[in-house]
Ligand binder design. Structure first.
Ligand code: BGC
Length: 454
């Protein structure tokens, strides 16, 4: 018992965070290219122009993944590298890059998992209104068709969107991510509706144009909720809390069910309709059917969660964290229980095979006097989290894979290069890759198919 025999032990990255070559070989600009040119938006004025230079070093990086024993690699395609204007002419050089990357992965025995969109929205389409424009649904569908035509002969696994919560919430609610706009709340609901329809349209188009049977899913995120005790009322409180819709309108994107119920059930959650119906666009049943195209796999990016108990009034209540509660370099709480209860609650509700499409942490990693990078905190974190995930699998949750975020240190959005999330340390001066201790640990863990953890 434990992880299934063909468990997808993987690591994840995204295009803008690692590729570099931002202005090479015919790639079109996207909103992050533009945003990073705007003074003061990104820590230290940094950008993903060079990042890990993976565009030119991908063979070396794939060799590294092979040595680490990765079974799977989740990466995203840069839409504007493939379609410089977002629609229209295809950039052959961009296609070639991804085909070569895929071939290298397959030669190394590593299963590619492609994410179609991880936040780098083509600038040409942004100028036409981006997600506000109802045509954005077809733009994404058309892009998905191109992806199917060029890559589905050798790739089976696809995720449409990475974390819509963030690319609407951080971008248009908080205004800290590209394009850095604080939009009226009605607009954020309209964009969300288009985003969900775009997901459905992409699923349709990929199935229609795929060259073989593919497996397609979605990769949202969410803060998980776990019970304070094993008393049934605390468990129920945690479950309710996990799927609840936030009460503050300017925080509404931070939830699970608004983004997943439509995709899996074809309906918006009742609570969302009651609370925010007056701010949401009018929608038709046909649109809801489009959103709810059948998917095969369900991804979820899980980093942390809240401990929940049943309050005196019978409502879920967050158990406050205490001073000195374990935290990562980014001050995110360390809450391993979220990898037990999160998948469990999600599987109960949605009933799809689950992939943890991202999980990990940033640490204050540095090269030590011995030339190595010692990251005991990351090893401890992974050990604790994966022990919970294993327990979840043993208790009957259909967990098919786990992608560590991230394969290597990379451009952490508006924090620039300040945060190091990688299993592999990147020296940005020289582009040297140095395995952190956790990379060796992860390699051994994969070899044992997770048996190494108790
Ligand atoms: C995103 C990644 C990001 C990571 C760490 C996730 O929300 O998908 O792109 O680097 O978290 O912040």
């Amino acid at each position: 018992m434990g992880f299934c025999k063909d468990f997808a032990w993987g690591a994840a990255t995204s295009a803008y965070q690692i590729e570099g070559a931002a202005y090479e070989d015919g790639k079109g600009p996207h909103i992050w290219d533009v945003f990073c040119c705007d003074n003061g938006r990104i820590a230290c004025g940094e950008s993903g122009d060079v990042a890990c230079n993976h565009y030119h070093r991908f063979r070396e990086d794939v060799a590294m993944m092979k040595e680490m024993g990765l079974k799977a690699y989740r990466f995203s395609l840069s839409w504007a590298r493939i379609l410089p204007d977002g629609t229209g002419a295809v950039n052959e050089a961009g296609i070639r890059f991804y085909q070569e990357l895929i071939d290298a992965l397959l030669d190394a025995g590593i299963e590619p998992y492609i994410t179609l969109f991880h936040w780098d929205y083509p600038y040409a389409l942004q100028q036409r209104g981006g997600w506000m424009n109802p045509e954005s649904v077809e733009w994404f569908g058309n892009y998905a068709r191109v992806v199917a035509e060029y890559f589905s002969d050798r790739v089976v696994n696809f995720f449409t969107l990475n974390e819509p919560q963030c690319f609407i919430g951080l971008s248009y609610q908080d205004g800290v991510h590209a394009p850095g706009v604080k939009a009226p709340v009605q607009d954020t609901f309209l964009m969300a509706h288009h985003v969900l329809m775009a997901h459905g349209r992409a699923v349709q188009m990929m199935r229609k144009y795929a060259k073989q049977e593919i497996r397609i899913g979605y990769a949202p995120t969410g803060s998980m909720s776990y019970p304070d005790s094993d008393r049934p009322e605390d468990i129920e409180a945690a479950r309710t809390h996990l799927f609840a819709i936030p009460e503050q309108a300017d925080r509404w994107t931070w939830n699970v069910s608004f983004w997943s119920d439509p995709v899996l059930f074809g309906t918006y959650p009742e609570e969302a309709l009651e609370r925010y119906g007056h701010l949401m666009p009018k929608f038709t049943q046909e649109e809801m059917r489009l959103i709810a195209q059948p998917i095969d796999i369900y991804g979820q990016n899980i980093y942390n969660g809240n401990r929940i108990r049943c309050g005196k009034d019978g409502k879920p209540e967050i158990v406050p964290r205490w001073q000195g509660f374990p935290k990562t370099a980014l001050n995110w709480p360390v809450t391993p229980e979220c990898l037990y209860w999160g998948p469990k609650f999600l599987y109960e509700r949605y009933g799809k095979p689950i992939y943890i499409t991202e999980n990990g942490l940033s640490c204050h990693d540095a090269v030590s006097v011995d030339g190595r990078v010692h990251d005991p905190n990351r090893i401890d974190f992974l050990h604790r989290y994966l022990r919970c995930l294993k327990q979840s699998a043993e208790d009957g949750v259909d967990i098919r894979g786990y992608f560590q975020w991230s394969l290597m240190d990379n451009f952490e959005w508006h924090s620039g290069y300040a945060e190091r999330f990688g299993l592999v340390f990147v020296d940005y001066q020289t582009q040297q890759r140095i395995w952190k201790d956790s990379a060796y640990w992860y390699r051994d863990l994969i070899r044992s198919n997770g048996d190494m953890i108790d």
